[in-house]
Design a protein around this ligand. Structure first.
Ligand code: FES
Ligand code: FES
Length: 192
């Protein structure tokens, strides 16, 4: 069988290095590997969920240089050299981010499938708008689909997260380049 890499097809392999949650990670992948699959299968970061794979549900949302992006609509090669924040990078069970804590306190999830996408989306939203109104909080999550909660508790969670960030004095980041960037590259091959 002919080697597709010798035919210049889209199955050519590429070495991709991205900074994921502050750690440089490298893998060799086909040109068409989706960023969502790259994160989940190549880097074993399974916190990013895949629902529709069509850019509709928002479950796969990660932050790319601080901006929310649907990882099912992006090729891994496109992320070369960029900083990615996945849900694993927001906090830990022992040390949750304000957004994670708020979703826990306000029961902003049920099955949890959609939750990683909400957490990343809301984190970036509050970086830009640290004191949202209820309407703004509602608008912030309109692009993420949740089949369980009815959204009331998600909106409460967004507002509670804003309070917690205020209490914790999480710095305001007006510019995407100032947030979730690769400020501290630890080492290649960090934990998955
Ligand atoms: S899986 Fe990416 S938007 Fe639904
Ligand atoms: S909590 Fe189940 S889909 Fe949102």
């Amino acid at each position: 069988m002919p080697d597709p890499t010798e035919q210049g097809t889209s199955e050519d392999l590429h070495e991709v290095t991205v900074v994921v949650n502050g750690v440089a990670r490298t893998a060799t992948v086909p040109a068409r590997r989706l960023l969502s699959d790259f994160l989940r299968h190549d880097l074993r970061l399974t916190g990013t969920h895949v629902g529709c794979e069509h850019g509709v549900c928002g479950a796969c949302t990660v932050l790319v240089d601080g901006e929310p992006a649907r990882s099912c609509l992006m090729f891994a090669v496109t992320a070369q050299g960029h900083a990615i924040t996945t849900v694993e990078g927001l906090g830990t069970e022992e040390s949750m981010s304000a957004v994670q804590q708020a979703f826990t306190e306000c029961h902003g999830l049920q099955c949890g499938f959609c939750t990683p996408g909400f957490l990343t989306t809301v984190t970036a939203f509050l970086d830009e708008n640290p004191s949202p109104t209820p309407d703004e909080a509602r608008d912030a999550v309109f692009g993420n689909l949740c089949r369980c909660t009815g959204y009331q508790n998600i909106v409460k969670s967004v507002l509670r997260a804003a309070e917690l960030r205020e209490e914790q004095q999480v710095p305001y980041a007006a510019e995407p380049a100032q947030r979730h960037t690769a400020s501290s590259v630890v080492a290649e091959g960090g934990s998955a």
